[in-house]
Design a protein around this ligand. Structure first.
Ligand code: GLP
Length: 261
């Protein structure tokens, strides 16, 4: 795992955008794994800015897979993750909705939604780079504490804390759905490169547990320790409780130029 402590959220966004663009330049039909939440928004804004400047790569052949989706929202609801990703990223990059996939929350097809999504991911050849945020309780996607470290896409029930954290996107906590469909931790581990971004002090405890704590279902993001290619980009606030923070920075500063992230 490579941890890169950075001064602020904009530095995180710049480097994260570099990683995503690097993947698309190397492989124009890359499969991008997309996350929602507030953390990736500056990264998405940076990718859009570069695309509009004409300095970004071509996204014409890229395919995208979202990490998760709420269950129980009316189709087209602005806070559905399908609508959020289109609004915050893919529409502006010119990636048509037909190339952006998400778990299917249709009520009559819920029982098979997980296996259908796993099949679609497999058919696409897997995810080249998966953008990830981290929940304040250590969740990845919507895998709450206690999730199997080998889990695949399935329906889950949100914790009260996550519903409270996400209430800001809705009118109130009561309006945050209780159920979701989420890629499992085992699904996430299949992506070829995991790019976790964390900003703000509110994430410091969860990030320290994920990176330096024991591997445990009690901290779902600790599953990253099992993956061969993980990059963690963290700003000062989020990196605050990392015991080896100075060493991570030394390692990054001493990296050979050819190595990349
Ligand atoms: C959400 C999402 C996660 C996200 C996390 C943190 O509920 N399902 O993919 O990483 O919680 O969100 P934020 O970046 O807004 O703190």
């Amino acid at each position: 795992m490579e941890v890169v402590p950075l001064a602020g959220a904009q530095q995180v966004a710049t480097l994260a955008a570099d990683v995503v663009e690097g993947v698309v330049r190397r492989r124009p039909d890359a499969v991008l794994g997309l996350a929602t939440g507030s953390t990736p928004l500056p990264t998405y804004a940076e990718l859009i800015r570069r695309h509009r400047d004409g300095t970004g790569p071509g996204y014409g052949r890229v395919r995208c897979f979202n990490l998760d989706e709420y269950v129980g929202l009316p189709a087209g609801h602005p806070e559905s993750y399908r609508a959020t990703i289109a609004r915050e990223l893919t529409d502006a990059l010119g990636i048509p909705a037909s190339r952006v996939h998400g778990p299917d929350p249709s009520p009559d097809r819920l029982a098979t939604a997980g296996e259908r999504y796993e099949a679609a991911l497999q058919e696409a050849g897997g995810v080249d780079v998966q953008i990830l945020g981290i929940g304040t309780d250590g969740h990845l996607a919507f895998n709450e504490p206690g999730s199997s470290l080998a889990s695949l896409t399935r329906i889950k029930t949100l914790t009260e804390q996550t519903r409270e954290d996400n209430a800001r996107f809705f009118g109130s906590v009561e309006e945050v759905p209780q159920h979701v469909l989420t890629q499992g931790l085992g699904t996430i581990l299949r992506a070829r490169h995991l790019l976790l971004i964390a900003t703000g002090e509110g994430k410091a405890e969860a990030l320290a547990a994920a990176v330096e704590g024991p591997l445990s279902a009690s901290c779902p993001a600790s599953v990253l320790q099992l993956h061969p290619h993980v990059t963690v980009l963290a700003d000062d606030g989020a990196a605050k409780l990392l015991a080896r923070r100075d060493h991570y920075r030394e390692v990054y500063d001493a990296k050979p130029a050819w190595q990349g992230l």
